[in-house]
Structures are given as C-alpha cells and as structure tokens.
Design a binder for this molecule. Structure first.
Ligand code: IVH
Length: 682
C-alpha cells in the first residue's frame, strides 16, 4: 500500500508536523490526514506502529481543531470521522447488493477430494488451482464503497437482508473510511469480510465483565458479532474489533475503464484489497495446484491455529480463477467453487448432572455445573462455572439437561446453551441457595449486581480463599503452600488468617503425613523469602476487590509506605492511573477498615515489606515518565520479563490503552511468504 519512498516521506512529514505543534495550520490539513491514515495503517493493518500513542493523539487533536474551526474543511473520510457520536436508535434493514451466501463444509481429506473431483467435472480440467486462506471465526459483514468512500456497513442477516451498522463499522480501525478503488477504475464495490475480536482483547473484555459480576461471553465469535449490533458506537469502539476482508462480491467499473487484471483471480483480488489498505488475508493466503497440497496445508495450518492472535475455525478453499468460478456457479446456499474445511470441533454436548456452589474470597457465591466428563478442544471437562442466577435463567439450564459446551482456544470452557428439546421430564429446576453453603449466613445481592454474596468476612470459605490467593504464584509466591495445604492447615486449626502464614507452628506440622524434614525446610524458606517480595505483590496478595496486578503496581508506585493509603481520599485515589470510582471505592473501603489496618501492622511487625524500597532508591532510568503496554507473545522474552525490564528502567506498565499510554508493544504477525502485487498503484 505504501512504497518505501512514501513511507519515508510520511515519516518525515510526521516528525515535521509534530515539531510544528501549535503552528500546524490549514495549509497542512491534507497532509495531516494522510499522515494520520498512514499511522492507522501501520498500527491496525501492519501491526507495526511507528508513532507513540501520545504523538498520534497530538496530531489527531490538531486535525480536530482545524476542522472544528472551519467545518467546510471536513471530509467524510477524515480520520476524525470515526469518533462516535450519540446512540443508534435502531438498525434499518438493508438489502445486500448480492446475496451473502454461506459455504459448504468439509471435515476430512475425503470430503476435499470429493469437492475437487466435482470441480474438475464441472470445469472439464485435469487439475485446478486453489487459493487457500483461513476461515475467520467472527461476525460476517458487507461493506459498500462508492466513489472511494465507505457508504454502508451491514451484517449478514438472513443473507438477503441484513442490519445497517455503519456507525459501528466505522469504529473498526482496520476498515478504511475511504480507499482508492478509482485507481483500478472501480466505481462501486461490495466487499465481504469478517469482524473479529482478538484473543487478548476478548480475554480482557471477559475479565472486565466478570469483575463487574457479569457472566463472560462463551467465545470471541459471539463477542464480535454482538458488538456489531450494540447501540452505542463509542462502546463498540472500546472493544477494539478488527476485520479481515476476503471477497469482492460485486463491483461496477467507471465508464470506459477495463476490468483490472487483479480481478481475474481470487488471489489477485486479495492483493488488490491489501493494496487499497484493507486487511485481506494477503499474507496468509497460499495458492496450490491440485487438492493434495491443499490438504497437506490445511493439516499444517490446524497445528498453528492456537498461535494466531485471533480465532479461526478452519480454512476456506476457493477455485482461484474467476472465469472458472463463474462456470461452476452456485446453489441457493453456497458457491460450488468454494468449500470450508472445518477444524476439529471445540464444542461438545454432555449432561449437566448437578450444581455445586463455591464461595470465593470476596464472598461471591458461584454456581458450578458438574458435568458428565467430556473431551473438548484437547481437554476433559467435568465442571464449568455457570456464574450466577441470571445466567442460569438466561441459558435455561436445568439439572439433568443436555448442554452444548465450547472451549474456544485457550479460553475457559463455557456452556453455550442448553438443549431443551432432549428433555425427558425428569430434569430438575436449579434453585439458588438463600444461605451460604459454608457458614449458613444469609446471602445478599446488591441492586445492580447479579452476584449473591456471603457478607460474613469470617466465613471459613472466604478466609481460606483469601489465604490461598495471598500465597499464590502471582501474589506472594510461596512455593509448597498450595491450595490443599492451606485447607489442611486451616481445618487443623494451624492457620486462621493471613498473618498466620508467618506464625505457623512447624513443630506441629513436622509430625504430619507428607511433611518430611526437607519439605518443611523448603516451606519455611519460601515463607521467609516472601517477606521481601516487592510492595506491589503484597498489595495484590491482599485480594482487595477490583485490584489486579496492574492496579497494585500503580498503587505501589504512588506511595512510599502501604499505610499511607489509609490517608488517601476517594478523590486522590481516582487521580491515579486506571483507578475509577469503582476501583477507588473498593480501595478506600479496604483501608477504612480498622481490622485491615491492624492486619497490615501485624504483617509489618512480622517482617514484611510495606515500604516501597524501589521508590525510595529512586526508580529512575532511561524510561522514567514513559508508560508501556505489552500485548500478545514477544519473540524472545516472556511478557513479565519485558515488563520487569521496563520497570527496572523507571518506566511504568499500564493495564490498557489510554491517552496516557506512550508505547504499545504489539506482537509481531507470523511470517508468511507473500509478494507484493505487481500492479501496485502506490
Ligand atoms: S468466503 C461467497 N472466506 O464463513 C463467498 N468466508 O461458514 C462466501 N468466513 O458466511 C464467503 N472466513 O462469514 C469466505 N476466508 C473466508 C472466510 C469466510 C470466514 C465466514 C463467512 C461465511 C461463513 C460460512
């Protein structure tokens, strides 16, 4: 899309504009838009940003300022036009220019050989050239561009008509608001693609839902498809959807212009789309002569499936030559020139036997479905959290039901739905308990919350869970102090609370089964070492509601001693990075409780580190004042190692993308052979 020369020029222009700062003026407006589009492309299509977020924001704001000073300068495809305004009332039904057909499915080599045999019969050829690309697992969309401008985005709907969701589609940064179709003589085009949410964003989104006591979504596909239809485009924007486009379903040429040679083959059309600035599977596509190589590639790609940052559920095999595609035609359901090769299912059906209730460290009572064990996505699943009472109602779950479960990638297995058609009448309604299954005290639910809680902080289940969290790997990391030992020591009366971890009577433990002198020495050593864990680990280990590892680091950075937090007002807490009213409220609540303060004082007297040593030794370095966020897998370091290096040099790690983020370190796309289209226009 951008030649080396153009890249150099646009980089130089970015530097010049940044230097100009407040002096940027109307004469710069076109260049400013080009520069911003270029950086969006580097970030969202190439996955290789060249500008820090703050710098992008600076240029973006300069453009906003010029456009609002003189609205006649505004253009429909200006980068500022992605900014979401207001709520969508409803999604008008619109007709697709060409029906959005589905794909026929295949599951094994024989199915693909069958497909190839039919293709050869229909075309009269001995061997067919195929283009093979991933089958993206998201929500289908159609995009219409007219005179280079994106004029409509729609969902698939029933294939003939869909919902018009242009406002949400404009929030997807990998979908260009304008593209130079005219350079190919194309006047109007309808493009098909798939909207996705990558695995990292999906995980973060689900974590956020769960923190709010809401049930997580079963898979990234539901998250992407659901987001396309939400009424608040600003919220859609926050979910960071991405899009791949893989098919030009319809186009008209400008008067007298010939059809470009790229539009003779599917592979060429992907190159054309890539060249226009779309994220097509240009890098991922492979072209093969004959079905045997196609089958081998599909098998190979299935192994790599989990390494991709987004979900795919198979491969799509398309006859490459458009003239042959036309000859083969289509049924009312699918084209005869393409087939989906579906990977092994990550869904399975099994029986929901009974429901048990677990009490977490914050008192939340979580129902857990016990299932007839079933293999899905490479693991055997025998129990699944079913989150809360609402969720049980929503999914219409009953004890004894057959249920469809899914394990999407490395995501925790979820129940997708119950299968009420296979009920026999012996199934039992699930009745949520009114009292805590452990301490029997009454359960409470806050008005806007979905979770029932045991509010007895002495509840043994909560105490044990708090200690388990405290000693866990990401918290104080006390090796040899696993869940089972915490439970055992608690039941035997050897451990009552968090400070008790440092007051264990090893004399009593040494006589116990499974505790030889060596394991006792190791445990003693690990407990001792944990006393010098850095402050942010201790803060995280306390298990304050909504305080994850990132917030714990933010808090630790802000103070020189943990007990300073008891003097922080709610307002002061909210001035900290990533701390909003909910998180701030929870921290404030924790430090207003005298019992918690007494516990912290006891921990300090037991030798734990409540001071921020690093801060006192001045945590400055080359990266002081710079913030970072790492996503995906890094080529040589673990994410935690890279974060530690940044912190050791004075930088800070943020929990999400925000205006305060200086550097977003993104995973490099897998290397795949590809060549630039020959007739590149730019
Ligand atoms: S081609 C007429 N290519 O899979 C051409 N579809 O199960 C039809 N899909 O409805 C589509 N990745 O939403 C095509 N590389 C890809 C795809 C793909 C995902 C979706 C598409 C389709 C569904 C069929």
């Amino acid at each position: 899309m951008y030649s080396k020369d153009q890249t150099r020029e646009l980089r130089q222009a970015s530097t010049d504009l940044l230097k100009k700062g407040g002096q940027i003026n109307v004469a710069d407006i076109d260049l400013l838009r080009d520069v911003l589009r270029f950086h969006e492309y580097r970030y969202y299509i190439m996955n290789d940003p060249l500008l820090a977020d703050v710098e992008y924001d600076q240029l973006f704001k300069a453009l906003q300022k010029l456009e609002s000073a003189d609205p006649s300068l505004l253009t429909a495809d200006s980068p500022t036009q992605r900014v979401a305004r207001g709520l969508t009332k409803d999604f008008p039904t619109v007709q697709h220019l060409v029906p959005m057909l589905s794909l026929d499915n295949s599951y094994n080599a024989e199915d693909l050989q069958d497909f190839d045999r039919k293709a050869r019969e229909l075309t009269g050829l001995d061997q067919i050239e195929y283009c093979v690309e991933p089958k993206f697992d998201g929500g289908s969309i159609s995009l219409i561009y007219e005179n280079d401008l994106l004029i409509r985005g729609a969902t698939r709907g029933d294939g003939v008509e869909g919902d018009e969701v242009t406002a949400n589609v404009k929030q997807i940064r990998s979908i260009p608001l304008s593209a130079k179709f005219s350079a190919y003589g194309i006047q109007q085009a309808e493009i098909r693609g798939e909207v996705l949410i990558n695995k990292d964003n999906f995980r973060q989104y689900n974590e956020k839902l769960m923190e709010e006591g809401l049930p997580p979504l079963a898979n990234p596909r539901n998250a992407a498809a659901g987001t396309l239809r939400i009424k608040d485009p600003a919220e859609a924007g926050k979910r960071n959807l991405e899009a791949f486009v893989y098919h030009i379903s319809y186009y008209t040429m400008q008067k007298g212009k010939p059809v470009p040679p790229e539009l003779r083959q599917h592979g060429g059309s992907l190159s054309l789309l890539w060249d226009l600035g779309f994220r097509s599977p240009e890098k991922e596509k492979k072209i093969f002569k004959g079905i045997d190589k196609v089958i081998a590639w599909c098998n190979e790609f299935e192994i790599q499936r989990d390494d991709l940052p987004y979900e795919i559920d198979g491969m799509v095999i398309k006859v490459n030559d458009f003239a042959l595609q036309d000859k083969m035609g289509m049924t009312s359901h699918h084209p005869r020139w393409a087939i989906a090769y579906k990977f092994k299912a990550r869904q399975a059906t099994t029986r929901l036997l009974t429901v048990e209730y677990q009490v977490g460290r914050t008192g939340a009572v979580t129902p857990v479905a016990k299932l007839e064990p079933v293999a899905v996505g490479g693991v055997t699943v025998s129990s699944i959290s079913i989150h809360n009472e609402e969720y049980i109602k929503e999914k219409d779950l009953m004890e004894g039901d057959m249920v469809l479960i899914e394990r999407a990638g490395d995501v925790i297995p979820q129940i997708v739905k119950s299968l009420p058609d296979s009920r026999k009448g012996t199934e039992k309604k699930i009745i949520f308990p009114k009292t805590c299954p452990v301490c029997k005290s009454h359960l409470f639910k806050e008005e806007e919350e979905a979770v029932w809680r045991c509010i007895n902080i002495e509840c043994p289940a909560q105490v044990v869970e708090r200690i388990i969290h405290f000693v866990s790997k990401d918290a104080m990391d006390i090796r040899g102090f696993g869940d089972a030992n915490v439970r055992k020591f608690y039941e035997l009366g050897l451990l009552h609370d968090i400070p008790g971890v440092y007051k264990l009577d090893f004399g009593k433990i040494s006589g116990m089964e499974g505790f030889g002198q060596k394991s006792i020495n190791n445990l003693q050593q690990a407990i001792l070492q944990s006393k010098s864990q850095p402050l942010h680990r201790l803060i995280y280990a306390l298990g304050i509601r909504f305080v994850g590892e990132t917030t714990a680091k933010t808090l630790a950075q802000a103070i020189t001693h943990l007990l300073e937090l008891k003097d922080y007002s709610l307002e002061a807490l909210q001035n900290l990075e990533d701390v909003g009213p909910k998180v701030g409220g929870s921290i404030h609540h924790f430090f207003s409780n005298q019992n918690n303060i007494a516990m912290l004082e006891e921990l300090e007297s037991l030798g734990l580190q409540l001071k921020n040593e690093k801060k006192q030794l001045t945590a400055t370095g080359n990266l002081t004042g710079q913030s970072f966020l790492f996503t995906g897998t890094l080529p040589t370091l673990k994410r935690s190692e890279a974060e530690a290096i940044v912190e050791a040099n004075g930088g800070i790690i943020l929990g999400g993308v925000s205006a305060k983020l200086n550097y977003l370190v993104v995973e490099k796309m897998p290397e795949v052979n590809w060549t630039r289209p020959k007739n590149s226009t730019r």
